[in-house]
Design a protein around this ligand. Structure first.
Ligand SMILES: Cc1cc2nc3c(=O)[nH]c(=O)nc-3n(C[C@H](O)[C@H](O)[C@H](O)COP(=O)(O)OP(=O)(O)OC[C@H]3O[C@@H](n4cnc5c(N)ncnc54)[C@H](O)[C@@H]3O)c2cc1C
Length: 416
């Protein structure tokens, strides 16, 4: 009996876009190879919790082989894709060359330092587990050093924590950081004078949370300022040597900590594909998410440049990546049946960001609200979206413990 060879689908990237695509093709008549340079799926929205000593990495990451244990039409390969030959239809990774019939690129994004080399070298970022752990170690080390520093000026520089970028990640990090120090660390460092601690949020534009409605931007600023975060708007940073920040207006801030959350761009591999790129290096795709001239290739998530009905690029969000993955998987199956692919349309599920204990801002079903209710929704949604029952339970217990006892779990300085 002759067995028919199934079309081979290669998915590069097992983040929100790649994972969703692979799961949606579970029952499709295809053989899938899912490639990622990491062996786990990472829930990036909670990375800042690792940085502020609230969670351990294994609570927000899940092994890919475990996720796909039961999916018979999928093989996982841990490797880094270095090049793609769209004409020959193969991907080249470290150590192997793999042919495909269909390709889904879901390689995500990386931090954009906009060419500020010194800032890149001397600052901290929140992108992967390693960077979040480095940030945690550094923050805790600064408190240790400050505790034995007799010179008040030097101590203040050690206790000045600057977050750059007033988007949701910057806001969440600044809010969580000020709480970590003023509610938790003060107990470990009873000699610390909290008035010497500064947490600053620097934003180049005229407001934080630019994508949010006006009332939520104001609510965010109030919530942050009430907690003790200093917000500097219309402030551009030009240089940082690890000790001193230089601002565009010539001003300086002495700080040993700078966390950069001011920009994201498409993953580096997109620069090496010879494809048309738009802003932030994102790959231009057809409305059906197919690569022009290569209908067998789909690009989804942060790496894809797609505009909304007003001509604005869709934001780099997990919700966008997941919705695009759903459409890419459906279009791929349509191609298998010789049907025309359908265009992608983003359905905005709303906006949600937390500022700290009992405080979040939300825009859901056209309604804006802030404070405790928004925070409860944020907690429930993030627990629900984590992968694995055990992770959900452990994170829930952890957060409840932190909430009642003001006690972040992971205050460990580890070797890197
Ligand atoms: C700190 C932080 C907080 C965020 N908070 C939110 C939030 O609250 N809500 C929200 O909706 N979004 C949030 N986002 C954005 C969200 O995480 C991204 O939009 C989403 O992850 C994009 O999904 P993706 O599949 O395109 O890419 P990713 O999820 O980044 O996945 C890309 C995958 O591709 C792999 N990869 C990359 N290059 C290669 C290669 N060459 N070879 C092999 N593998 C490769 C990577 O290892 C990774 O696993 C946040 C992001 C960050 C960094």
């Amino acid at each position: 009996m002759k067995t028919e060879k199934l079309p081979h689908v290669v998915i590069v990237g097992a983040g929100f876009g790649g994972l969703e695509t692979a799961q949606r093709l579970r029952n499709a008549p295809v053989q899938i190879t899912l490639i990622d340079r990491q062996n786990y799926h990472l829930f990036q929205p909670l990375l800042y919790q690792v940085a502020i000593a609230g969670l351990v990495p294994s609570q927000i990451a899940y092994p890919l082989r475990t996720i796909f244990r039961k999916q018979k039409n999928l093989n996982f390969q841990m490797s880094e894709v270095r090049a793609i030959d769209f004409k020959g239809r193969y991907v080249r990774s470290n150590g192997s060359v793999m042919a495909y019939d269909y390709l889904v690129l879901a390689v995500g994004g990386q931090t954009n330092f906009f060419g500020l080399k010194a800032v890149e070298e001397n600052s901290f970022q929140l992108k992967g587990i390693e960077s979040a752990i480095s940030t945690r170690n550094h923050l805790l080390r600064m408190l240790e050093r400050a505790s034995r520093e007799p010179d008040p000026e030097a101590r203040r520089a050690l206790l000045t924590f600057v977050v750059v970028g007033g988007g949701p990640t910057g806001v969440e990090t600044a809010g969580a950081l000020v709480e970590l120090i003023t509610h938790v660390m003060v107990k470990d460092y009873p000699q610390m004078d909290v008035s010497e601690v500064r947490v600053l949020l620097i934003e180049a534009m005229s407001s934080v949370m630019l994508a949010y409605p006006d009332e939520l931007r104001k609510a965010t600023m109030n919530l942050l300022e009430n907690r003790g975060v200093e917000i500097l708007l219309n402030t551009r940073l030009t240089d940082y040597n690890g000790r001193r920040i230089t601002l565009a207006d010539g001003g300086h801030i002495d700080a040993h900590t700078l966390i950069w959350t001011a920009g994201v761009r498409a993953a580096e591999i997109t620069d090496r594909l010879g494809v048309q790129q738009a802003s932030a290096g994102r790959v231009r795709v057809e409305p059906t998410l197919q690569l022009p001239q290569h209908p067998e290739v789909f690009v989804v998530g942060d790496a894809a440049y797609v505009e909304d009905s007003k001509g604005q690029p869709l934001p780099m969000l997990a919700t966008v990546a997941q919705q695009q993955a759903k459409v890419a998987a459906s279009n791929l199956q349509r191609l298998l049946k010789d049907e025309s692919p359908q265009p992608f349309q983003y359905e905005d599920p709303g906006l949600l960001a937390t500022i700290g204990r009992n405080a979040a801002v939300a825009r859901i079903w056209g309604l804006s609200f802030s404070g405790f209710i928004a925070w409860v929704i944020w907690v429930a949604l993030h627990i629900y979206r984590l992968i694995g029952f055990r992770n959900r339970l452990v994170v829930l217990i952890n957060w409840a413990w932190d909430y009642f006892f003001y006690d972040n779990q992971v205050r460990l300085i580890t070797r890197e």
